[in-house]
Design a protein around this ligand. Structure first.
Ligand code: FEO
Ligand code: CA
Ligand code: CA
Length: 740
């Protein structure tokens, strides 16, 4: 489709595909209620995370909070942040560089790529492309409320696959008015999140995408809640959860990709995984009494994976996906007693009411979602799953060695001796960050035996949780904007072992209990509470590890210190709100550049928000040159090691989007917005293709606004009728690497 300038944007700058509304704001939006907690709409809160922000924080331990460490490091000092804060922080970056501790001010290739290449091993192996330079050349997309995908001048975008598109042969055409379970089982699912692109050759690729949850109000006419939904409607939503594997083909040697229409000849790998797909539980907790049910007395086979959020791609060519807000699918939590009840509460289950408010009522279609019927069924969700997309007959696995919590993602790198290390965030306010270190080495062979071996790597190793400390005495902060003596807003950390195989390191808990009730184990060892730790992964070029903490609406009165960016925020219109509404990004350096290290250093890389607000920091870069950003969520790296950041829940008055920022050299911290997504959508993925020609993002929940219905949608993207979550490809028209 030819590029068309949008009337709300400079003519030379951005374009969009698909229908463009006559005004910048979809008409329905003006009729509908506004967003709230953490920038999310009430409908998002209800379906995404079961209204987590409106319930008490599940972590009632008195473990330390990361925000308090920043106060100790001087970041909370009003004088630093409100008067000359930017200058002080820029100066701080210089101090870091002088000390050789900050971003190496050399080319990324010179900054220690040892041992990290495995994280993108699959892509690199098939690459053949030239790694792009680090500088980002595109003109940033400004904040906007346009109901479309907006990309920089010189770029094009297209919808690759959307909710309801055919995935397996025989899938019927999507028919919004007459959707059925049988059709949905063969079609692309709803709310796509993690995206990965695996080469099948130069011009063919496998796209693997997961489907986190459904917006039932937007899928059906007259939907009035789980209690009155038809059983067929409930089953359709169950079928729309899970994962999709589809084959793509390149369009004309460009960075554009299109869905290969599934047929018996062209769909060898195509696959839909849904709520009735069998998964094998593996690792030390498999078979535990905590995992056995009436339907599965062995405790080893689970039907379905729930609330798949982000994920990871392993160096051995498999795909990982994190089961996140699985608590919202169950009723009957009030029936639990004793330790089981304590554990359910720690995972955010409603243990007071038989039917939690807003329940999807999946129990009406399948009684295992009633805890009173199957007390252990909830324990069978909340894992990292591993799928071998190149074996369409394979049984996907739930890897118990990686622990059970609200897994955002699982991103794998390799140690120098090829042992996988998976970084793991537990996406809940005041929950923890973890890593798993395998004790087996990846086999680099390409035969069947090597592959079988590699499929065991995530079953054997040690699970750790992080404890962080700040290292700048508050007494060193003079209150005049000067930095502490060590010149950094930083500190140290240690990885505390929780469990190694069948050996528990937590007093009073068995190994199986540590793995099934990992949050309770981490509470005991003094882990550090974070602000919704989401994507967490290692930069394949500089070896450092980056953690996106999305936000923390922090509704606890009395915690607001206006000078602390993690307890007070500037939001749209310059208003002040309690909590950390804009999020931040932390940069970690494992000791010895070894991902298996037991200790690390951390520093703040970015305090997100409106750069005009004092509470923001962009690695010391000139704040007058950066794009506003709010709620960093999924992250990815391009071939040059630039950090790409997708957002979820912008509170600055713009649609969510995708940003890119160099993390090394003189451009370190120069954040630019690369695209925006349609109205009320979140940006997920992202992934940069192995040949650097394409960026793919998932546009999740377009039009997800309270009060929106099929008759009055808040978004009409992508086709001008009902909103349909979709995966979008973006490429440069001149065929050069994206971003640079
Ligand atoms: Fe599904 Fe943590 O976002
Ligand atoms: Ca997320
Ligand atoms: Ca990521």
């Amino acid at each position: 489709m030819p590029a068309r300038p949008h009337p709300d944007l400079p003519a030379d700058f951005a374009h969009a595909t698909g229908p463009i509304p006559a005004t910048g704001v979809p008409p329905a939006r003006r009729l509908l209620p506004l967003a709230h907690a953490g920038g999310r709409d009430r409908l998002t809160c209800k379906y995404r995370c079961g209204d987590a922000c409106f319930h008490d924080v599940p972590n009632t331990s008195d473990n330390p909070y990361f925000g308090d460490l920043l106060a100790g490091a001087g970041l909370s000092r009003r004088s630093v942040l409100r008067t000359g804060g930017a200058v002080a922080l820029v100066a701080g970056a210089g101090v870091l560089a002088d000390a050789g501790l900050a971003a190496a001010a050399t080319s990324p290739g010179a900054s220690g790529a040892t041992g990290a290449a495995g994280a993108t091993g699959v892509a690199r192996a098939a690459s053949g492309g030239t790694a792009p330079a680090a500088a980002l050349t595109f003109a940033p997309v400004p904040p906007n409320r346009i109901d479309n995908v907006i990309v920089p001048a010189g770029y094009d975008d297209t919808v690759v696959v959307r909710w309801g598109d055919p995935v397996v042969p025989g899938a019927p055409r999507f028919d919004f008015e007459h959707q059925t379970t049988a059709a949905q089982l063969k079609q692309f699912g709803y709310n796509c999140d993690y995206v990965t692109l695996l080469p099948l050759g130069k011009d063919r690729a496998l796209l693997v995408v997961n489907h986190e949850y459904t917006d039932d109000e937007l899928m059906f006419h007259g939907y009035a809640g789980g209690a009155t939904a038809t059983i067929e409607q409930i089953r359709i939503t169950m079928a729309a959860h899970g994962l999709s594997v589809v084959e793509l083909q390149r369009v004309r040697d460009s960075g554009e990709w299109e869905l290969r229409q599934p047929s018996r000849r062209h769909a060898r790998y195509n696959r839909r995984l849904h709520t009735w797909t069998p998964y094998k539980l593996t690792g030390p907790a498999a078979g535990s009494s905590l995992l056995r049910t009436g339907a599965d007395p062995t405790g080893t086979v689970v039907l379905g994976s729930l609330n798949n959020c982000s994920g990871g791609t392993t160096p051995w060519g498999t795909v990982l996906s994190g089961e996140e807000n699985f608590n919202q699918y169950f009723v009957g939590g009030n029936s639990a007693t004793g330790a089981a009840k304590t554990a359910l509460a720690r995972y955010g289950f409603d243990t007071t009411n038989a039917i939690p408010s807003g329940s999807r009522r999946w129990d009406r279609a399948d009684s295992r979602f009633d805890i009173a019927v199957e007390p252990n069924e909830p324990n069978r969700f909340g894992w990292v799953i591993e799928l071998d997309p190149f074996d369409p007959d394979s049984t996907p696995r739930k890897r118990t060695a990686l622990g059970r919590f609200k897994h955002e993602a699982a991103t794998v790198t390799l140690t120098g001796d090829r042992r996988p290390v998976a970084y793991l965030g537990d996406d809940e306010r005041f929950d923890y960050i973890y890593k798993f270190v395998s004790n087996r080495r990846m086999d680099r062979g390409d035969g069947a035996a090597a592959h079988r071996h590699n499929l065991t790597l995530l079953d054997h190793g040690t699970l750790y949780v992080a404890r962080l400390t700040g290292d700048s005495p508050a007494g060193e902060i003079a209150g005049d904007g000067a930095l502490p003596a060590d010149g950094e807003f930083d500190g140290a950390g240690e990885w505390i072992p929780l469990v190694s195989g069948h050996i528990s390191h937590v007093p009073g808990m068995t190994a199986a209990e540590v793995l099934v009730w990992t949050r309770l184990a981490a509470d005991q060892v003094g882990a550090t509470k974070m602000d919704r730790p989401e994507d967490f992964e290692r930069n394949p070029v500089n070896g450092r590890v980056y953690l996106a903490c999305t936000n923390n609406s922090n509704r606890t009165a009395g915690l607001q210190d206006e000078a602390n960016p993690l307890t007070s925020s500037v939001v749209a219109g310059g208003a002040t709100a309690s909590g950390n509404r804009n999020g931040h990004i932390v940069e970690l350096e494992e000791d010895g550049d070894d991902p298996a290290a037991l200790t690390f250093r951390w520093r703040i890389f970015m305090l997100c928000g409106d750069p005009n607000a004092a509470h923001t920091y962009f690695a010391g870069f000139d704040k007058s040159q950066v794009s506003p950003i709010s709620a960093p969520d999924n992250i990815a790296f391009d071939g040059a090691g630039n950090l790409w950041i997708a957002t979820d829940g912008n509170v600055l008055g713009s649609n969510d989007g995708l940003f890119a920022v160099p993390v090394d050299g003189p451009e370190r911290g120069h954040l630019k917005q690369f695209l925006t997504v349609p109205f009320a959508a979140e940006t997920c993925g992202p992934v940069i293709s192995w040949d650097h020609k394409t960026v793919l993002v998932a546009v999740q929940h377009p039009g997800e606004v309270t009060g929106a219905t099929p008759e009055n949608p808040a978004s009409r993207w992508p086709d001008g009728d009902q909103p349909r979550p979709a995966v979008v490809a973006v490429w440069r028209r001149d065929g050069r690497p994206v971003g640079t």
